[in-house]
Design a protein around this ligand. Structure first.
Ligand code: ZN
Length: 367
């Protein structure tokens, strides 16, 4: 069994769900604190005065979230390392090869988990600050239309809340300068670290059992970044760059075979191979025995996978809108959009044979 960063997907979803739940609580708090007395003249003043309630409620959310998120992160990294180790053991077993020592060192997982927990700190700071800004902004935007009456005020408040529901808690920038919202930032952090832990364990296990080569899968419909490595052989250790190696045949004693190595795994990864969410896996390569994979002719195209992701994003977007709806009209409209995009998804998956991924259509999923 091969291992890919995609194996960490469900682990990341578990951790991100903790933050997603808090974000939904925050949206509910905003809606509940903004709704009372919306048709009455003193609304803006009364709501501004109630701002302290929001601040206190936000502060109460953090300790529990921190505790749950830290525990979930540690568990996810340990689990990811186990998945990678198990994958490598299964491969070795398939070829009736010894698995090496019982226990691999667990130090890397502790270090990875610590780094991940530190990645969460800016998130807590944003949760404390941004909803207050949004709260004030909703009041300000709703007050601009006050002279035209309550409908306008409610519409303006709804629009400001919708903007927030669409974006979620924002303000995160990664090392490449890309902006993320809370949920996608957390998910990406967990996926990156867990994917690394799984691949590390896989490499550790194969190395401990005395193997040095892996081959890259060819799932097809792949990301352009990884295509150059598809069906190629990579070295777990040793020099970078393309080179030929003369190695003993894995099942015929006394014979040797020439293996074309395309580079080291480390080199490929530095070039973007096995980025977060990557579906490419590596598996043990045995000289003279392993057959290199080629992409299936009916592989899903990159475009239709991207189209599925786009529709899933829309379903999540309108589910968040449903949550921040201030009245029934807005709620019904959001539900209609959700059903529309779900119908598109049904049609797309029927036509392409792609698997529908229900968890990606949940509001708890990163957006
Ligand atoms: Zn990839």
């Amino acid at each position: 069994m091969a291992v890919s960063p995609d194996d960490a997907e469900h682990l990341a979803a578990d951790v991100a769900a903790e933050f997603g739940a808090t974000e939904r609580t925050v949206m509910g708090l905003l809606r509940d604190l903004l709704t009372p007395g919306m048709s009455r003249p003193g609304w803006a003043r009364a709501r501004t005065a109630a701002g302290g309630l929001l601040r206190r409620a936000l502060r109460r959310l953090i300790p529990g979230l921190r505790q749950r998120a830290t525990a979930a992160a540690e568990q996810a990294v340990t689990q990811a390392y186990r998945i990678g180790d198990r994958a490598a053991r299964m491969e070795l077993e398939q070829h009736q090869l010894p698995a090496g020592p019982d226990d691999l060192t667990v130090t890397p997982t502790q270090r990875l988990a610590r780094a991940l927990v530190e990645d969460f700190e800016p998130v807590y700071a944003r949760i404390l600050r941004q909803p207050e800004d949004v709260y004030r902004e909703v009041i300000a935007r709703a007050s601009e239309g006050v002279l035209e009456g309550q409908i306008t005020r409610q519409r303006a408040a709804q629009r400001a809340l919708d903007d927030f529901a669409d974006r979620g808690i924002t303000g995160f920038v990664d090392s490449r300068g890309r902006a993320w919202n809370l949920h996608s930032y957390v998910e990406m952090a967990v996926r990156t670290v867990c994917g690394r832990a799984a691949i590390q364990a896989h490499t550790d296990r194969l190395t401990a059992a005395g193997h040095t080569l892996v081959s890259v899968s060819a799932p097809g419909g792949s990301c352009p970044l990884c295509t150059p490595w598809e069906g190629k052989i990579l070295a777990l250790t040793g020099p970078a760059g393309k080179h030929d190696m003369r190695l003993p045949h894995a099942s015929a004693p006394g014979r040797t075979v020439t293996v074309r190595v395309s580079g080291s795994l480390m080199e490929a990864r530095a070039a973007g191979f096995q980025h977060p969410n990557c579906r490419h896996s590596v598996s043990l390569y045995l000289p003279g025995v392993s057959v290199l994979p080629t992409a299936p002719p009916d592989a899903q195209s990159y475009d239709s996978v991207q189209e599925q992701r786009r529709l899933e994003r829309q379903v999540r977007r309108w589910k968040r809108r449903e949550q921040t709806a201030l009245d029934d009209e807005a709620r019904t409209a959001a539900r209609r959009r959700i059903r529309g995009y779900q119908a598109d998804l049904r049609q797309l998956t029927r036509e392409t044979g792609q698997r529908r991924k229900p968890q990606r259509e949940q509001i708890t999923y990163a957006h």
